[in-house]
Design a protein around this ligand. Sequence first.
Ligand SMILES: [Zn+2]
Length: 317
Amino acid sequence: MKNFRRALLLLFLLFSSLFADAHIFVYHRFGDSRYPSTNTSIKELIKEFEYLKKHHYKVISLDKLITLLKEQKDLNDKYVVLTIDDGFKSFYENGLKIFKKYNYPFTLFIATKPIEKKFKDFMNWSEVNNCSQYGTIAFHSHSHPHLTHLTNKEIIKDTKIGMKLFKKHLGFRPKYYAYPYGEYDDRVKKIIKSFGFDAIFNQNIGAIDKTSDIFDLDRIALVGKSNIKLALKYKHLNALWIEPKKYPKDGILKRVKAKIFDDVKRAQIYVTGYGWRWIDVKSGKIDEKLNLKLNRDRVRVIIKVKNSKINTKILVK
Ligand SMILES: [Zn+2]
């Protein structure tokens, strides 16, 4: 009887860890009310950090998360990773001290051109170097371009210039890359991946579990009065997208076709500009005719099951 109970407990632990999801968040500016769409006020930041603390979330470094994923080790539902994009001065001046106060590790994804050109709103190299004492410095392209609009050659050139500047000013090669504006497709991904980064990050709503693609990791943006409680509820849906793969040339989203690895009969699909709709899932397959005329240049198609398990495909015109 005792053995049986122990076996049950083991089984439970196995399943709960198999479906454990970590969350990666991305911030941009701090305490800079000039840019409400990318800003987090200090009051809001402290509120979010207090929420994490109170509910026993464990803010871990990106290095730790990537090591766990690479080794196929168990994640923990309480793991949270904090990242900051762009390298704005407001992180250095307003945000950093809060991260230090809570002793929360962070990864700062910098675009190298604005730093090199000494743009006023951005940190300088010595400030970036200073940040590296407390967190990881990673790569967010050189010129912060819309990557899907560039040719292969242009993407390679932008990446190479930035990597050289990393070596020159920071003395190392960045291990992680985050797409500017979170925009990418299979072509862009393939080129960025070829530079040998340990992991690549997007900016799609979602979570990370054992089945997540290490070269396509979801990060949830926290700006303004974001609902961190709600964001932490998302789970990763393991899905294989068949269609669409990229923004349709004629601007018509004809259908959504995917394989989902979850035992459900119904799912919801979201398309930017059209909202959610319920669809049928037949033995793990979604094949839904939509014929929607896309009215935005950046469209997200999201598959959601059981309320919070999601998988996103971004389409950029
Ligand atoms: Zn950015």
